[in-house]
Every structure is written in structure tokens, then in C-alpha cells.
Design a protein around this ligand. Structure first.
Ligand code: AMP
Length: 481
């Protein structure tokens, strides 16, 4: 399917072309038509699937087709509620990008920065408001925001919203938007709380599901190093010394851990910054921009700080610590291998974390290949396929399940249109890949090659992908968290 088959208006088609998107992703293909018809929608999709365009494009089209009273200040007609500032900024950038040839005005509000620039923009009139819950309610209380004309309400990353303790704020916002509205709810996972929320919020929704959280993107090459906790930093430095790791997002479980890792990398001469909840909004945005602009090679982050980070060309994700929730692992590694590009995920697992690794492998339904014989190998964790006397290559991956690993390392076209629509409005593409295609996104850089030995694969220098990134440069922001 092509974008022009989605009944999009010319200014939006032109913007999509400007972004160099060739074909809609599965979530876009499935969500755009019913949203244009005014239907409510329940979308089970994580970031990286193209879900922002899946709601931004039809909303822009709906709003553009309504007449605007030029004599009055524009009322807010669409509200997008999202849990983090980073995500809010990215959604705003998407609305700007896809709406560049329309006259729709957007505004983003989030806490931790001065409110004046936000309120000035609001008072000039905006059509689309993208907001995090706290600052939104704050500005509503101060009467800068009136939600009575909202006709389209999007609740983005609903599971994360509840995880982060915004449940009460979300309920307050829901009470303030008109009952007669179109509602779109997106969530990466569908625990029972979200299902309950969806039942209360949505009217006869179309259900769309892509890339369920348990399916890790096939273009991501995953591996695990068994290593002692105390050796993790040195191991990370040794891997990052390899210039083939062009850009790396390193996840740690704690804020202190993030600072300690960043310090060790900086000491080793690797350009690094850390982002986490204790850093000011300005510092976080600055670090993110430096990373996107390639001024630094490594960004160390905690899960919440990194949620929704959209970096077009991220080659490596490191799980410095394994998360206790397997879903978090899937979210983390989903930061690479985006938009149909390839990426590498490297996980460090110490003795205490083996139980978490088991959980991850159970969720994703496959074994993660083990990198053996590195300098800091845990004695007892080497799989039996490699004998101790054997001559060892540094960083040798031993696939635990060769079939799935070989499958995962093949070049692939990311477009997967094979999923069928069902007539009862439940459109499910479970197991499908993200399904992106940019007209110059390269997938030719796959670096993993089979070793002479049938059992082993050597981790080779991996050249990341070559897509045309959207220009997302942002000025550093000031303010407190
Ligand atoms: P999202 O899931 O909305 O965070 O999108 C992830 C990335 O995919 C963003 O960098 C988008 O610019 C990009 N993207 C969205 N739709 C498409 C498409 N149809 N083709 C290629 N890239 C896309």
C-alpha cells in the first residue's frame, strides 16, 4: 500500500514525501483510515513502529478540513497527552513535520521549564496541544488552557503513564475533555488496568496491534556477555574502544549507576553524557541534542529518562544492567533497529541477573547468543559448545539456538504487509516487524558473518545504517526537572 491510497490530502502527502517515507508502516496502514472516519481507536504499539504518524497524520487532516474562524483565537481542537517531556517534544516535531504544508498550529507544554513561552504561544491560539499531565493541569488551573473545544483526544503510552504514577492526573484530564469526542489510546502493553481504562474511555473502538512487546525486532542483533558486576565498566570501555560502535545508548538501572558509568567512560576518553531524573530538563535536552548531533558517542540513561527517545541512527544499545521486567528489555533494545534499520543490542549479565535473563528469553521466545571468551567471562557460564583448550577469538558469539539466530541475522525488507484485516475491526499483525521503508534506508550493512566454524559467529565491526534522518535539531532548553 502507498500513502496516496490512504485518501490523504495533498499537503500531507507532500509532507510525507518530504520525510522520504515510501510506504505506510502496518500501524499507519491500519490506523489512518478508521481515524479519518472518526472512529475511536485502541492501538497496541510501541515507539519505533511509526505510531506517531499513525495518529498525527489523520488528526492533521481532520483539523485542516474544518473551517477556521480567523476573527477568533483558535481553540484547542486536539489534545495529545504523553508521559515524558522527551516524547512530548518528539510528538510536536512530528506534527510540525507532517503538517508543514498545512496551516495547523501546534504547541507543546511540559514541566521543568519556564511557562511563559508556552503560555504566550497558547494565548496566540493553537489547534493541537501536546502535553505532559502535570504542566497541563497546572496551566488549566491558571486558565491558560481551555479543553472544551477538544474533539480529538490522544492518550499516548498509556501503560507508561500509569507506571509513572500519572493515573490520577489522567483521570482529571479525562473529566475536562468533552464527552463527545474522538479518542485514541496507544499503549505498548495491554495489562488489565489499561483494558479497564480503554473500556471506560473508548466507544466501539477499532483495535490495532503491531509488534507485540514480546517480539523483538528481527533486524536487531542481540548478544549477552556473562560478566562479574565489578568488571562491567571495564568491559564496556573495551567494547566501546572499537570505533565501529558509532553511537551507543547505555541503560543502567539506577541514576547513580548512570553517573558512575558515564564517569568511567569519560575517564577512558570516550565522549559521554548521562541523562536521568536528577538532571535538569535543560541538561537532559542538551545531552540528547549532543547525542543526536554526534557530538558525543555515548548516552547513558535510566529507563524513564530514555523512554521514547527517537534517534534515527542509533547503532548500539547496551544493557549495562539487566532490567527486572522483561518488557523493559524489549523497550530498551527497540531504541535501535528503528524504521527498518539494523542495530545491535549487547547485554551484560552478572550472576544475580541470570534470573532476569531467563525472563527475557521466555518473553521473546528465543535464546540470546552468548559472547564467549571475552576477558571478563564468568567461569561457569560458558556454553558447552566451546572447549576450554580451544583457541579463542575475542567476543565470540555462540548462538544458543542457531535456527532463530541465523534467521535474525538475515537481511530483511522491513515492509510486512502480509497481515490481514479482519472484518470485526480487530486488525492484528502480531509477530510482524515494524514495517518501515524510507527511500534510502539501507539494509546492506549487516555485519554478522558466519565463522568458518559452523557453531560460532564472530562479532564483527558493525556499520550502522544509512537512512535520511529527519532534521530534529532543537535548541538546548533551560530549567529544572
Ligand atoms: P515512532 O514509532 O512514531 O516513534 O516513529 C519511529 C521513527 O520512524 C521516526 O523516526 C519516524 O520519523 C519514522 N517513520 C514513521 N513513519 C515512517 C514511514 N512510513 N516510513 C519510514 N519511516 C517512518
Amino acid at each position: 500500500m502507498l500513502f496516496k491510497e490512504l485518501n490523504l490530502i495533498e499537503p500531507i502527502l507532500k509532507a510525507v514525501e518530504y520525510e522520504k517515507y515510501e510506504i505506510p508502516t502496518p500501524i499507519q496502514e491500519q490506523a489512518i483510515p478508521p481515524i479519518l472516519e472518526g472512529r475511536d481507536l485502541l492501538g497496541c504499539a510501541q515507539t519505533g513502529t511509526g505510531k506517531t504518524a499513525a495518529f498525527a497524520v489523520p488528526i492533521l487532516q481532520i483539523l485542516s478540513s474544518e473551517p477556521i474562524n480567523t476573527k477568533k483565537v483558535r481553540p484547542i481542537r486536539a489534545l495529545i497527552l504523553t508521559p515524558t517531556r522527551e516524547l512530548a517534544v518528539q510528538i510536536m516535531e512530528s506534527f510540525e513535520a507532517y503538517g508543514r504544508y498545512t496551516n495547523i498550529k501546534n504547541c507543546v507544554v511540559f514541566g521543568g521549564v519556564a511557562q511563559r513561552p508556552q503560555t504566550d504561544k497558547l494565548q496566540a491560539g493553537v489547534d493541537v496541544l501536546i502535553a505532559t499531565p502535570g504542566r497541563l493541569l497546572d496551566l488549566i488551573n491558571q486558565k491558560y488552557i481551555d479543553l472544551q473545544y477538544v474533539k480529538c483526544f490522544v492518550l499516548d503510552e498509556a501503560d507508561r503513564m500509569l507506571d509513572m504514577g500519572f493515573g490520577q492526573d489522567v483521570k482529571k484530564v479525562i473529566k475536562l475533555v468533552p464527552k463527545n469526542r474522538q479518542t485514541l489510546l496507544f499503549s505498548a502493553t495491554m495489562p488489565s488496568e489499561i483494558e479497564k481504562l480503554a473500556n471506560n474511555l473508548l466507544r466501539d473502538p477499532v483495535k490495532v496491534s503491531v509488534t507485540p512487546v514480546s517480539s523483538t525486532v528481527d533486524t536487531i542483533e542481540q548478544s549477552v556477555y556473562f560478566v562479574d558486576k565489578k568488571d562491567k565498566r571495564t568491559l564496556l570501555v573495551s567494547i566501546l574502544k572499537d570505533k565501529a560502535v558509532e553511537s551507543a545508548l547505555v541503560f543502567t538501572r539506577t541514576k547513580h549507576g548512570a553517573d558512575r558509568v558515564a564517569k568511567a567512560l569519560i575517564t577512558a576518553g570516550i565522549k559521554t553524557q548521562a541523562i536521568h531524573g536528577d538532571k535538569s530538563q535543560g541538561a537532559r535536552q542538551y545531552a540528547l541534542n549532543s547525542f543526536k548531533e554526534k557530538k558525543i558517542r555515548v548516552l547513558v540513561a535510566t529507563d524513564i529518562a530514555a523512554r521514547g527517545i527517537d534517534i534515527d541512527k542509533l547503532s548500539h544499545v547496551f544493557n549495562f544492567d539487566l532490567p527486572d521486567s522483561p518488557e523493559t528489555y524489549v523497550h530498551r533494545i527497540g531504541r535501535t533497529g528503528r524504521a527498518g534499520l539494523e542495530g545491535v543490542s549487547i547485554t551484560f549479565c552478572d550472576e544475580d541477573e541470570k534470573k532476569y535473563l531467563k525472563g527475557v528469553e521466555k518473553l521473546i521466545g528465543k535464546k540470546i547468543p552468548v559472547v564467549e571468551n571475552h576477558k571478563f567471562s564468568l567461569r561457569d557460564s560458558a556454553p558447552t559448545t566451546v572447549k576450554s583448550a580451544e583457541k579463542r577469538t575475542p567476543h565470540t558469539i555462540v548462538p544458543q539456538n542457531r535456527t532463530s539466530q541465523n534467521k535474525a541475522s538475515q537481511n530483511r525488507s522491513m515492509q510486512n504487509n502480509s497481515q490481514s484485516r479482519t472484518s470485526n475491526n480487530t486488525q492484528n499483525s502480531s509477530g510482524s516487524q515494524n514495517g518501515f521503508s524510507r527511500n534510502n534506508a539501507g539494509s546492506q550493512n549487516k555485519s554478522t558473518q558466519n565463522n568458518a566454524s559452523q557453531d560460532k559467529r564472530v562479532v564483527q565491526n558493525k556499520k550502522p545504517f544509512s537512512s535520511t534522518p529527519r532534521d530534529k535539531k532543537m535548541p538546548p532548553r533551560r530549567g529544572n526537572t
